[in-house]
Design a binder for this molecule. Structure first.
Ligand SMILES: Cc1ncc(COP(=O)(O)O)c(C=O)c1O
Length: 428
């Protein structure tokens, strides 16, 4: 494609937008292989598929959407979201810890957004100064860069894993994190951190309680010793309801409060919630930004800012899933029935992941630590070469910066061993 075409019509930022999309390109290669009659394995896409290759759908949500009254489908939602949905969003972000945190005086605000992507956009548009940096792990979801650059921001990164894992700070390079945060604080009067945890895309990594606590402590210390620097810790909860500890962050925040850590007023925690995966309504574009702070005036102001930003960007988020999902969770039976379906879908991921870990161990494939969610990851300096070598064996994975993403969400259980075998051959 000629990227210079239209240069006279497109502004400089628009001209930087080149069709990414490695993931779709590799998915197309998988589809071509199938068309040519190959017994191919699809580890490319980021949607949960049943073992027969069809899209996995939470039947309880599907049923609830289908029986929504016409007016709940047709009407606009209020600009910030339906009140019942905003209330539910806080509970989905924090679980049972929500009430304990409220009892400790925390105030919360939620804004309905078109998916988790909308929540990420709201944060990028409002919590950082244009021209400055946002702190990410060096392995992260590709579109983060686009959300940031669209708002004039740049990524700064710290290492995903420490060189030597230790039991106090497992799965987080806390030294590198502190170092990068410290440098940012010396140059910016606002710092924002985006952390996709638990069930990280693209690795499937989840922090342990110690890892979460070390990270929160580092952010709180940084905020306390840099009083004039606003700190926002954004927890990207795109997959959390499929994790072993879905509300681990709520627990960690509560633990810090119960331990008497003083909450710096220049610290905000915000959750970018997505119902796309947890409720299998990817296309209904429903999520929320849920922010938490001890001062109600702060959360109220944030609620206004986010509502206005949404209004100026997409108007209101779609109504129908806000209505159906909040009605469904409002009844004990509805919440239970959803949970049973969620458990069934989670079990698909657990069995695929366990089988992959076991096969990789057996075949000496150095798979990264992986715990929850849709993906697993092989760190490698030559991801393209590894993915090509797998493709020669009709196993289609996605080469990304620093490694190869294995879409467990798409791979039928019976194909998992072939993935480990293909990686083992590719690595020789
Ligand atoms: C890490 C991560 N964050 C956020 C999202 C946003 O999801 P959506 O906008 O579809 O709700 C995704 C979707 O793939 C994701 O992988």
């Amino acid at each position: 494609m000629n990227h210079a075409a239209g240069a006279g019509l497109l502004n400089p930022n628009a001209q930087l937008k080149v069709g990414n999309d490695t993931i779709f390109a590799w998915w197309a290669r998988y589809q071509d292989a199938v068309k040519q009659g190959a017994d191919a394995v699809n580890g490319t896409i980021g949607a949960l598929l049943e073992d027969d290759g069809t899209l996995a759908i939470n039947k309880v949500v599907d049923q609830a959407v289908r029986t929504a009254p016409p007016v709940e489908i047709a009407a606009y939602a209020p600009l910030k979201g339906l009140p019942a949905y905003l209330d539910l969003a806080k509970t989905l972000a924090l679980g049972d810890h929500r009430t304990s945190l409220e009892a400790y005086g925390f105030s919360m605000t939620a804004t309905a957004t078109p998916g988790g992507s909308g929540a990420l956009f709201l944060a990028a548009a409002n919590f950082a100064n244009p021209g400055e940096k946002v702190l990410l792990r060096d392995r992260h979801w590709g579109p983060y860069k686009g959300f940031l650059s669209g708002c004039g921001l740049e990524p700064e990164v710290y290492a995903l894993l420490p060189e030597n894992n230790d039991s106090l700070h497992p799965f987080v390079d806390i030294e590198d994190f502190r170092k990068k945060l410290g440098t940012m604080c010396s140059k910016q009067d606002k710092v924002m951190i985006w952390l996709n945890d638990p069930a990280h895309n693209p690795t499937g990594l989840s922090l342990t309680p110690n890892g979460r606590s070390a990270l929160l402590e580092a952010v709180m210390e940084s905020a306390s010793s840099n009083e004039n620097v606003g700190h926002t810790l954004l927890l990207d909860s795109a997959y959390h309801l499929y994790a072993d500890e879905p509300h681990g962050w709520g627990q960690t925040i509560l633990d810090s409060v119960e331990a008497g850590w003083p909450w710096p007023e220049n610290l905000l925690i915000t959750f970018a919630l997505s119902l796309s995966k947890s409720h299998t309504i990817y296309g209904l574009r429903t999520g929320a930004l849920v922010s938490l702070h001890p001062d109600e005036e702060v959360t109220e102001r944030i609620g206004t800012v986010m509502g206005v930003t949404g209004r100026q960007t997409w108007s209101a988020a779609p109504r129908v899933a806000q209505f159906t999902v909040s009605e469904m969770h409002a009844s004990i039976e509805g919440g239970k029935a959803w949970g049973l379906e969620r458990d069934r879908l989670q079990a698909l991921l657990v069995s695929r992941r366990s089988r992959l870990i076991e096969a990789c161990e057996r075949l000496n494939v150095p798979l990264n630590p992986t715990h929850d969610g849709f993906f697993a990851w092989l760190e490698h300096d030559e991801p393209q070469r590894i993915a090509e070598a797998c493709a020669e064996q009709n196993v289609f994975l996605v080469p990304l910066t620093g490694g190869v993403r294995i879409g467990l969400c798409a791979i039928p259980l019976e194909h998992i061993t072939r993935v480990a075998e293909a990686l083992a051959v590719a690595l020789t």
